[in-house]
Write a protein that binds this ligand. Sequence first.
Ligand code: FAD
Length: 291
Amino acid sequence: MKTSDFFRQDKPVFSFEVFPPRNIDNDGAEKRVCETMDVIQEVQPDFVSVTYRGGGSNPAKATIQIASMIKDRYHTESVVHLPAARLDRAAVDDFLARAKDAGIQNILALRGDIPEGGRYSDDFHYASDLVAYIKQHGDFNILGACYPEGHPESPDALSDIRHLKTKVDAGTSELISQLFFDNEAFYKFVDRCRFAGIDVPIEAGIMPIMSTKQAERMRAMSGVELPAKLSNILDKFADKPDALRDAGIAYAIEQIVDLMAHGVDGIHLYTMDNPTVAGRIIEATRNIIRS
Ligand code: FAD
């Protein structure tokens, strides 16, 4: 099934993101994802997306195999991530052929991060190039990434929105947002998108903060703001890991409740492959996300 069909239902879409193992050929490589899936399955998510780990031993194989396993074993629709920054057309063709053989219908088309001192793929400079290419080379549903607080490389919010419109016009049917901690920033971003004529569904990306180190890493990598309320939590519980984890989960739950009350198109939960945390969020929001 194409994930775009879920947005035609009369309720918000609820999805999760999982990591494939670094080495898919190791014995028991699927174990961690299965532990997370066993928990996630309880709320019957609309779909689960599988990241592409550039540093893994065979990232394309790992992503496709896990996405296929999620469909077959858990009867849940899956999405494969495909960052093209270091791939040429032949590698993308190979990925698309393997995804098709595995029955995968949904691809999150990404540019990927550019390595320090590295260069763009000669074939795919931006995600919009990859979207246009996939559109011409198969019957896939294409998703894209978006950044409520702006992509870190973007000089300003306006050009980011302009490039996002190009990506959507190239054939992207829905967007998943970068994580954020300030719901107001997300609502303003959605308003700007609608004003710019970007009318595809936009899912809100939520990641529970588990440690001060993780929060700082997210801020450094993604440029997301830590609102004063979250900074206070991080300061207060910096030396108390259990308390900080509980507070991070509570913060994410509060964000989800507010987003649902606001009538968002959907919520995409970054699980970080932590079944315990995913389970606690599901437990607290079960009736809200399925209302
Ligand atoms: P693009 O849409 O191409 O945008 C990148 C930058 O280029 C932006 O600043 C944009 O404004 C600018 N731009 C776009 N078009 C033009 C143009 N024509 N001219 C000038 N500038 C332009 N990475 C992974 O490696 N693996 C993953 O599995 C993965 N999953 C992700 C999932 C989500 C939901 C998100 C939000 C990100 C994910 N990433 C992943 C990270 C992503 O690859 C990086 O954020 C990357 O830096 C940008 O990818 P993009 O597809 O958004 O790029």
